[in-house]
Structure formats: structure tokens, C-alpha cells
Design a protein around this ligand. Structure first.
Ligand code: PHB
Length: 390
């Protein structure tokens, strides 16, 4: 008897559960944001800056986006693609997050995009530039607040050609970000008549640069183009100088080479030219307000990663405002972002048809601990979004 009434009650509860709206859509329920970022390893500081930026924007909105309070579930992805599918599945299937925000590393981001596409979960990428995420893997529910790897590389290919260099060696980590950054550079540089003498690589996150620097010295190119970031970028810039190459063979890079790294690179970074969708000294009211607020909150100057995290939160806010806080209304969410002009500290930007920022790429020069804007290398540069069908 006891068993039977228990069964009946359980059956009734199950039916009620089926009739009830999903937990996330209940009025007043918190929106669960899964933050999947590196908190250890060569990209650890980048993950922290992204989270700081995200929380800063949220704080400015009184802790709510689209009328809903936010609850975070965090996972350290360790920039390890081998663990990425399990990590993102945990957030989506075990923790039932409404939206995933992540990550820094392109290989991890591609695994996340695959799961997001398969499950229809909203994904906002606050750094990783993997061209495929807004290329063949593009989807209605996938957005990027940062850049494609192609963008800064392409802009720098034009700059280096214009500066009269003909013969360039490239050096980077052998994974999507390095390959695609060099790919963008090569596309613009060879279109302008330049030649790539050698493409040097080492596995991520290896920092044993010595043998490769010896090869560069022997090859004597007009210039070197590189993609490195985080802890690896700090060491590369120092090793380049220590090998006696600074001042002899001009070094150019995607701006990650010198962003968030200058305190550690010191004299060895002075004068380096890089291209990126953010810079110091923009001196716009929007950027000045962001920088002041960030410095007050974290006792640190913001970098490109902090800005991208801030804009990921802004983008989530724009989408949720249009759906009254319902992350499941994908078409309405996407429609709002597609027509938005996002008021970013970098300068206002729009999204391309494949959901990647269409943005100015600045030419910056290292001076002291700043990446000073010296020019706009490429105005409103749009990633071609090759292979995206939506
Ligand atoms: C990437 O893996 O896409 C990546 C990582 C760090 C950066 C930029 C791009 O600073």
C-alpha cells in the first residue's frame, strides 16, 4: 500500500514536471552562465582577465542581464583540447547552464563549438580566434566577441608589405591559432608581392625557442612575423632580444605578443609593432570610462582579454534584453545581435553574417608599458567567414 501510493505520487510529480516550464525559464530563476576558461597554464592570466571584464559589465548592470540575475559555474579548461568535450558537456548536461562563455584556446573552442552546435546551447566566445568557429562551424547560437585568427594576421600582412619588406620568416605554435594567424598574414603579404622564406613552428605550449632563433639568424630575412600569447609571448620576446635579433631583424606580431605582457617583457618589447582590435591611448570617452572602472575594480589596467570579456557580457545582455531573459529563444536572440551596434571600448562594432566582429584593426607600437595606437591598419575588417552556411 505504502509502495503503491508512493508510486502514484511519484507518477503525478513526474507529470507535473513535464508540464512545468524548464527551470531556467521560470520567472525569477537565475540565469546560469558556464564560464569555461583557462585558470592554469600559459593562458591563465588571459582567462582571469576575461572573467574580470565579464563581471565588470555585469556589475554595471546591477548584476542582471535581460532582467535576470546571473549565477556562474566555472571550469578550468587548462587550454587542453583533449579535455574540452568532457568539460563543456559537464557544464551543459550536468550543471544545466543556459549559456556557455569560453574560451581562450582555439583547439578547445572548436570542441566547444561542436557541442554547442549539436545541443543548441548558446555559446559566446570571448577570445579564441579559430577561423572555423565563425566559418564551417558557424551556427545561429554561436557568437564571438573577440576576433578571428585571420583578422590581425591579415592586417599585419598589409602593413609589413607597405613597410617595404619582401622576405619574411614566420614563427608560431603549431595549432589552429598559430596556423591561421600566419595564414592571414601570408594571404595579405603574398598578395602584395611578398615572399615567405620559412614557416617555423613548435608544439603548443612549448617555449624552447633557441634552435628556431638560430635558424632565423641564419636565414637573415627582412622581417619576422609571429603569433604567441600569454606566458609564451613573454618568453619569446625576451629570447628574441637575448639572441641578439632585436634591432637587427624587425619583429612583427599579432597584438597578443605584447598585450597583458609588457610589465614582464620590459625593455625587450620596446618599439615592437603589432596589430590588434584594441590599443592603449584610444582616448575615447567609452574606452576611458571602461579603463577607469576596470582599474578601480581590479587595481590593474585592462588588456584586450578584459575588453573581450566585457563585450561578451554586453552581447549576452543585448540578446537577453530582446528575449526577456530567455536564452532558449535562439532566433530572437540572434536577430537582436545581428542588428546591434555594440558599444565596445575598442570602438563600436557590428557582427558579420557568421557572428564575428567587423572591426578596426589598430597598428600599435610598444612604448613603456603601453601598446600605443599609431594608426588604423585596417578599417572595419570583416573575416571572410569561409565555409559558413547558416
Ligand atoms: C587562440 O588559441 O585562439 C588564441 C589564444 C591566445 C590569444 C589569441 C588567440 O591571445
Amino acid at each position: 500500500m505504502i509502495t503503491r501510493s508512493f508510486t502514484l505520487a511519484a507518477g503525478a510529480a513526474a507529470i507535473l514536471a513535464l508540464l512545468a516550464p524548464p527551470a531556467g525559464a521560470q520567472a525569477g530563476a537565475k540565469l546560469k552562465v558556464g564560464l569555461m576558461l583557462p585558470y592554469t597554464g600559459t593562458y591563465a592570466a588571459l582567462g582571469t582577465a576575461i572573467e574580470n571584464g565579464f563581471r565588470l559589465y555585469l556589475g554595471e548592470q546591477g548584476g542582471k542581464l535581460g532582467g535576470r540575475e546571473i549565477e556562474f559555474v566555472k571550469v578550468d579548461d587548462e587550454s587542453d583540447p583533449a579535455k574540452a568535450t568532457d568539460n563543456v558537456n559537464k557544464l551543459i548536461k550536468r550543471d544545466n547552464v543556459d549559456v556557455v562563455v569560453g574560451t581562450v584556446h582555439s583547439g578547445v573552442a572548436m570542441a566547444m563549438a561542436k557541442v554547442a552546435k549539436d545541443t543548441g546551447t548558446l555559446l559566446i566566445v570571448p577570445n579564441a580566434g579559430a577561423d572555423a568557429v565563425t566559418g564551417p562551424m558557424c551556427a545561429l547560437n554561436i557568437f564571438r566577441s573577440s576576433f578571428s585568427n585571420w583578422q590581425p594576421g591579415y592586417a599585419m600582412g598589409e602593413v609589413v608589405a607597405k613597410r617595404g619588406h619582401k622576405n619574411v620568416v614566420t614563427i608560431t605554435w603549431k595549432y589552429a591559432a598559430g596556423d591561421e594567424s600566419v595564414g592571414g598574414f601570408k594571404e595579405a603579404f603574398t598578395k602584395a608581392g611578398g615572399k615567405i622564406a620559412k614557416e617555423l613552428t613548435l608544439p603548443f605550449p612549448n617555449v624552447e625557442f633557441q634552435a628556431l632563433l638560430t635558424e632565423i639568424a641564419a636565414a637573415k630575412p627582412d622581417a619576422v612575423y609571429t603569433f604567441f600569447a600569454g606566458g609564451g609571448a613573454v618568453k619569446f620576446v625576451k629570447d628574441y632580444a637575448a639572441a641578439g635579433l632585436k634591432g637587427k631583424i624587425p619583429l612583427y606580431g599579432a597584438g597578443f605578443l605584447t598585450d597583458g605582457t609588457l610589465e614582464a617583457q620590459g625593455a625587450d618589447a620596446q618599439g615592437l609593432l603589432t596589430t590588434l582590435h584594441y590599443a592603449d591611448g584610444l582616448n575615447t570617452p567609452r574606452d576611458n570610462a571602461f579603463r577607469l572602472a576596470y582599474a578601480k575594480s581590479y587595481k590593474l589596467q585592462p588588456d584586450v582579454y578584459a575588453m573581450q570579456g566585457y563585450d561578451a557580457a554586453q552581447m549576452l545582455g543585448i540578446g537577453l534584453a530582446a528575449t526577456k531573459g530567455d536564452a532558449g529563444k535562439k532566433a530572437e536572440f540572434a536577430a537582436a545581435l545581428r542588428k546591434a551596434r555594440i558599444d565596445s571600448p575598442r570602438g563600436p562594432f557590428t557582427l558579420s553574417a557568421s557572428h564575428n566582429p567587423v572591426q578596426d584593426i589598430y597598428l600599435r607600437e610598444v612604448s613603456g608599458v603601453e601598446n600605443k595606437k599609431i594608426d588604423v591598419a585596417s578599417k572595419a575588417l570583416a573575416d571572410p567567414g569561409r565555409g559558413c552556411r547558416m
